[in-house]
Design a protein around this ligand. Structure first.
Ligand code: ZN
Length: 347
């Protein structure tokens, strides 16, 4: 005895034995939306209910099974529906199951049910979930673009560089193929979302001459498109790292360097930073505060044009925060010996 013969499949779907195939589909969609485990917190009850209405739908949509069901239940209808051969396989699965022992029947039944379930899920929710892809009768859906920001050094901006970015892609879950459910239970891989996130390392060439805010497009490296839709693109927005020591003017590097009063007076060889590391610089005797020095070839390189900028150093005489007794004595000595009247011109 087939279990479903004890059930009122029409009542389960909220229809009458007169209902035609189109209306059965409509009724099923309505019920499935209401009882889909997805919208009912996946309670066991909702899963069972959903199975029940799906089973009713499958049986009533199969002309032969519906006929058999109607006959055995004593229902009469006006006319039989068009034969739908695609349901024959599901029918076979059910028929063979009915001869098995109860325990085996349960698992077998579950498997064949899931087959049917998945077939139905393919087409059912396409209108409600335009972002979720299904294999059949779906519009092409383009993948989303992914935006990413990368910070590079100014030298890299001038000469170009490469960056490996770790991009998080969203893709259709390979286990449930985006259907969210397997055998009527939440897909364990995507946990019922139908999507998974995967990390992908992508090498991106950043061309020479990029500016702050430049966007670099890497075609097809966004999220996957479905149903023949295009993949999204990956966009890298360029940030140029701030540099505490330098300012930049074209290829020239500008830098301010403090020097002591005695270095200014006597001249000195001092070590200063440059874009290529520390370099030594000669301070001539009697250097004044604010004096600028150009250090040729220590700026940024434009490899394409084969030119290099300069480093322009502005020196600032900086007094020590404190003077020792010895230093004070020496300044007193200096004062005694100084002959130059530097404010003479102001009179
Ligand atoms: Zn899944």
């Amino acid at each position: 005895m087939k279990e479903y013969l004890n059930k009122d499949l029409y009542e389960i779907l909220g229809i009458t034995p007169d209902t035609d195939e189109v209306q059965i589909k409509v009724a099923y969609r309505k019920m499935a939306r209401k009882y889909h485990p997805d919208v009912n917190n996946n309670t066991q009850e909702s899963i069972e209910k959903f199975k029940e209405i799906t089973e009713a739908y499958e049986i009533l949509l199969d002309v032969n099974r519906r006929k058999e069901y109607d006959t055995l239940r004593g229902y009469s209808r006006r006319k039989s529906q068009n034969t739908e051969t695609s349901r024959t396989q599901a029918h076979k699965a059910y028929s063979s199951v009915s001869n098995e022992k109860p325990r085996q029947k349960k698992t077998e039944n579950k498997d064949s049910f899931s087959k049917i379930f998945n077939n139905i899920m393919d087409g059912l929710f396409q209108n409600e979930h335009p972002n979720k892809e299904h294999k059949k009768k779906q519009k092409p859906e383009n993948g989303r673009d992914i935006n990413f920001t990368v910070a590079i050094k100014i030298e890299e901006a001038i000469n170009g560089t490469t960056r490996t970015v770790n991009v998080l892609h969203t893709e259709k879950c390979p286990k449930c193929e985006g259907r969210k459910f397997i055998n009527g239970a939440k897909c364990p891989m995507c946990k019922g979302t139908g999507e998974i996130s995967i990390h992908k390392r992508i090498n991106v060439k950043i061309p020479a001459g990029v500016k702050k805010g430049s966007k670099i497009r890497v075609a097809n490296e966004g999220d996957k498109g479905y149903n023949g839709g295009k993949n999204g693109d990956l966009f890298l927005t360029i940030e140029i790292e701030d540099n505490q020591l330098f300012k930049f003017d074209g290829l020239n590097v500008l830098c301010e360097i403090p020097i002591t009063p005695y270095e200014a007076a006597l001249g000195a060889n001092i070590e200063i930073p440059s874009v290529s590391g520390n370099i030594s610089m000669k301070i001539p005797p009697l250097t004044t505060s604010g004096q600028k020095f150009r250090i040729s070839g220590q700026g940024l390189k434009d490899e394409k044009k084969g030119i290099t900028g300069d480093e322009i150093v502005t020196v600032k005489i900086e007094m020590p925060k404190d003077l020792s007794e010895k230093e004070k004595g020496l300044y007193e000595e200096l004062k005694k010996h100084s002959t130059q009247k530097i404010r003479e011109n102001l009179k």
